[in-house]
Design a protein around this ligand. Structure first.
Ligand code: MG
Length: 306
């Protein structure tokens, strides 16, 4: 595993990120000439061959300027295959970061994560289906912890199905995990970035003053004893998930309160729709919780009151 630069977690509420695969998403790989791969085609570990894909730097600048935290996540099985050293991977990633600079010259990536493992590694030390290796979610989860990121507000862009799978396993909404390629809905990173910027991050729900009190329903999810809701980050993620679901479904979330045992939401809708809303909140946050390696669900049942 490599990290670059060293994480320095900021304080404040979790932020929205865009997780970006490296090869054939940010920089060329399959289109490079054969001499870029002296050992195994696809194993790129020479900084001299790093070439940003057309429009990729501008796409990343646009995302960063909109307030997204950019995180690079890359499988580098070339180390496990014995083709490259960790230092060569670091140097290649550093060259990528150098070429993806903001117009001010500042780095665009808040973090760079690389997984050097492979289940069929030549080298014993890297032979593993490690939780960092995509489609496993470990790199994204580490970034969420180390950079105070909210998976439910975040996006992922990659050219392989394992990229999307890693994002979904980390708790990102499947519709926010974008696969790019010639036959995909978004052929390039620039196309994906335009979509992300058009969708943006979840906005604040409408003010309660606009909603008639008669329409309001209050529903509660109760957690079991010993719940991780004691963790402020978990409570914040649950609240962000509720706001994201409200944004997606068009249900007005009038109020939300979490404590160490439950979450209570007041919604401007009837009871049946409010119960469905909480069922979706339960599903989404249980998936996020499971993606962090927890075997017990966050919410075992639904209870409601008026
Ligand atoms: Mg790729």
């Amino acid at each position: 595993m490599t990290r670059f630069p060293s994480p320095n977690p900021p304080s404040g509420p979790p932020r929205a990120a865009v997780f970006l695969d490296r090869d054939d998403t940010l920089i060329e790989n399959s289109t490079l000439p054969p001499d870029a791969f002296p050992k195994t085609r696809g194993d790129l570990y020479d900084p001299a061959h790093v070439r940003p894909l057309h429009g990729a730097v501008e796409a990343c600048r646009g995302l960063a300027e909109a307030g997204f935290v950019l995180i690079m996540i890359t499988n580098q099985g070339c180390v496990a295959r014995g083709n490259a050293t960790l230092d060569q991977v670091r140097a290649t990633n550093a060259r990528t970061a150098e070429l993806f600079a903001a117009s001010t010259g500042e780095p665009l990536f808040a973090g760079i994560y690389a997984a050097p493992h492979h289940p069929e590694a030549v080298l014993d030390e890297w032979r593993a289906d490690h939780h960092w290796r995509k489609p496993n979610p470990g790199m994204l989860l580490a970034a969420c912890d180390e950079h105070t990121l909210d998976p439910l507000k975040s996006w992922l862009v990659g050219d392989a199905e394992r990229d999307r799978d890693a994002g979904i396993a980390a708790g990102l909404h499947p519709a926010r995990c974008l696969r790019i390629g010639p036959d995909e809905r978004f052929p390039t990173l620039a196309d994906a970035a335009r979509h992300i910027l058009a969708e943006g991050v979840p906005s604040v729900p409408p003010p309660s003053a606009q909603i008639r009190a008669i329409d309001a329903t209050t529903v509660t999810l109760r957690a079991p004893e010993g719940t991780p809701l004691a963790d402020e980050h978990v409570r914040s993620t649950v609240e962000s998930a509720a706001r994201a679901i409200a944004e997606r479904t068009g249900v007005a979330l009038l109020a939300i309160h979490t404590d160490e045992a439950s979450v209570t939401a007041t919604l401007a809708t009837h009871r049946l729709a409010a119960t469905a809303f909480m069922a979706e909140l339960r599903r989404a946050t249980n998936a996020w919780h499971a993606g962090r390696g927890n075997t017990r669900p966050l919410w075992p049942r639904i209870a409601s009151d008026d």
